[in-house]
Design a protein around this ligand. Structure first.
Ligand code: ADP
Length: 576
């Protein structure tokens, strides 16, 4: 606001005062001048009559000039006596010498008028005395008597009037300024403060309050604005609390939630969505298509936004996660769909578990089928006559026994796995891994001797807190494999030491090793690199799964490194 209200008021007042003063000055000076001129004229008229009478009665015997001088003194005017032919006979302002040089006055308008009508009046500049004069001429018997008075007195009067007017203007201007100051205090300043405060309110500072001052109406306006700000602030508070609550609820939901606006762009998401999509980007403002890169979701969102019913769609993210998206419309008060809520359920684990269960059932059936078929086949052969041949019968029964043992081993391993997977918590007790390793080696002395396999290495004696049963089971399985997949006359090196808050046990064998592409699969159930060899040696394909579960159930890890042809190293790390 370059010109504030009160400044403008003051300015306009000053302009009005100026205009009025100018008009007044002009009119006054004009009319006063007219008035005074008329008065002087009247006065000169009567004085001229008197002067003629004086000249006629008392002026006898004296020259016109003398009489003019005397009359001039008495009346305090200029007196000129002019002959009918225009010669100046006497003049109160001129001496005798000067009179003789004065030009003929017959052409003077007042003289001419007096000659014609008896009296004549003129206002003009006198070349002889160099002043503006008012002249009144009166015709007498044989001359014209002319009285003149300068108008400088009138000018002085008018000037004085103008000075007074100017003084009045100054006073009025001063009063206007004082008035402006008062206005500023009463209206302009409170209004200005209000404007500043209103700007702050408009800019969002709803805590700002207006100062209540000035005139009653202005104070009432300020009060109304303050009440409005309070109400607005309360509404905003409610809204922001509501929004915060909504964000907290949505944020706390384990399901991924996306709220889309009427244009199908994301307006709100929660942490779970970003977790599921494995991103830390801000998704607000993007479309689900941009985020998920699946056209299915885009179609469903379009349908729902167009007024269709809620829909469910299953999609796979670029990182391979399987998501179920429930897309539901949100209608506003006019029952128009202006938002969409998508709730994502991460089905990855469920689907994986389903697949694993299916695979597991298929694998178990398959594992059971071979020995069972074999048992049935041999039993039928025995029943159909082979029993009579003792030698053959004994071989067949041995085979049946071996298959039954294999089945038993399978059932036993499955039970072990099931027990560990039932997530029964691992029991913690103080165990010395070295003792477990020694125990497991000594009970395999005969097998090791039969295959000519040497066991080397150094295992530190260390007391750790672990589940003895599961730890023994894992070490036993690893040593079994190290023997089973070793070459005759090979080596097993076992080293154990504390390292970085854990106990690390490495079991190295000089077997044929495992190809890199097989490495990541050998911990899967029933996965065998060489199926025939495994089965032949009584393996179930469950050993390494049991190791993995037994170790991980107590917070440890198991890993393998191997090079085809030069052996494998299985590493257990269990927390101390
Ligand atoms: P299995 O009962 O067949 O031994 P495991 O789960 O113990 O089942 O092992 C899975 C597969 O991993 C085995 O069939 C074998 O092919 C491979 N394997 C395990 N340990 C070793 C090892 N030390 N050396 C070479 N291959 C191994």
């Amino acid at each position: 606001m370059t010109f504030r209200l009160h400044s403008r008021l003051v300015l306009w007042n000053l302009v009005v005062i100026g205009l009025m003063a100018t008009t007044l000055g002009y009119l006054l000076s004009y009319s006063i001048r007219e008035d005074i001129d008329r008065q002087i004229e009247e006065q000169l008229r009567s004085q001229s009559a008197l002067a003629v009478a004086y000249v006629e009665s008392g002026g006898k015997g004296r020259s016109f000039d003398e009489v003019a001088d005397e009359l001039g003194r008495l009346l305090n005017v200029r007196v000129t006596v002019i002959a009918y032919d225009g010669r100046v006979l006497g003049d109160s302002s001129l001496n005798v010498a000067e009179i003789s040089m004065v030009e003929n006055h017959s052409a003077r308008p007042e003289v001419r008028e007096a000659m014609q009508r008896g009296t004549g009046v003129a206002i003009r500049y006198s070349a002889s005395v160099r002043m503006e004069f008012i002249y009144v001429a009166r015709r007498a018997n044989d001359y014209v008597l002319r009285l003149a008075t300068p108008l400088s007195a009138v000018d002085a009067l008018v000037s004085e009037l103008m000075v007074r007017l100017a003084f009045a203007v100054l006073i009025a201007a001063g009063m206007t300024l004082i008035f402006g100051y008062i206005i500023r205090g009463l209206i302009s300043s409170p209004l200005h403060k209000m404007a500043v405060a209103a700007r702050k309110l408009a800019a969002g500072d709803l805590q700002h309050r207006l100062p209540i001052s000035g005139e009653e109406e202005i104070a009432a306006l300020g009060n109304s604005l303050n009440t409005m700000a309070e109400n607005l602030s309360a509404r905003m508070q409610e809204l922001s609390e509501g929004k915060q609550r909504l964000e907290l609820i949505v944020g706390a939901m384990s399901e991924g939630v996306m709220v889309l606006d009427s244009a199908g762009r994301i307006a709100l998401t929660n942490r779970s969505v970003r977790d599921v999509l494995e991103t830390d980007r801000d998704l607000v403002g993007k479309t689900p298509l941009e985020v998920l890169r699946r056209p299915e979701i885009d179609n469903v969102v379009r349908n729902v936004l167009a007024g269709g019913p809620a829909e469910m769609v299953e999609l796979m993210t670029s990182s391979g996660r399987i998501l179920q998206a429930n897309v539901a419309p949100v209608a506003n008060a006019w029952r128009v769909v202006d938002a969409v809520v998508i709730v994502f359920h991460d089905l990855t684990n469920i689907r994986r578990a389903e697949r694993m269960r299916r695979d597991f059932v298929a694998n178990v059936s398959h594992e059971f089928k071979t020995p069972l078929t074999s048992i049935r086949g041999y039993a039928e052969t025995l029943l159909s006559g082979a029993l009579d041949y003792r030698k053959t019968a004994t071989d067949f029964v041995r085979t049946i026994e071996r298959n039954a043992e294999h089945l038993e081993a399978l059932v036993s391993d499955l039970l072990t796995l099931a027990r560990i997977e039932a997530e029964l918590p691992a029991t913690k007790e103080t165990v010395d891994i070295k003792l477990i390793v020694d125990e497991q080696i000594s009970c395999r002395r005969s097998v090791l001797a039969a295959r000519g396999i040497r066991v080397l290495g150094e295992c530190e004696s260390a007391k750790i807190q672990a589940d003895r049963g599961r730890l023994s089971m894992a070490i036993s399985n690893l040593i079994d494999n190290a023997i089973m997949y070793n070459k005759p006359g090979g080596e097993i090196r076992i080293t154990g030491r504390r390292e970085n808050g854990a106990f690390q046990l490495d079991i190295f064998d000089t077997g044929e090793g495992i190809a890199a592409e097989e490495l990541k699969r050998i911990f899967e159930r029933f996965y065998r690199v060489d199926k025939a060899r495994s089965r032949e040696s009584g393996g179930t394909g469950l050993g390494l799964s049991i190791v993995k579960h037994a170790i991980e159930s107590q917070g440890g890890t198991v890993s393998v490194s191997s090079k085809l042809g030069s052996g494998s190293t299985f590493t257990l790390r269990v927390p101390v």
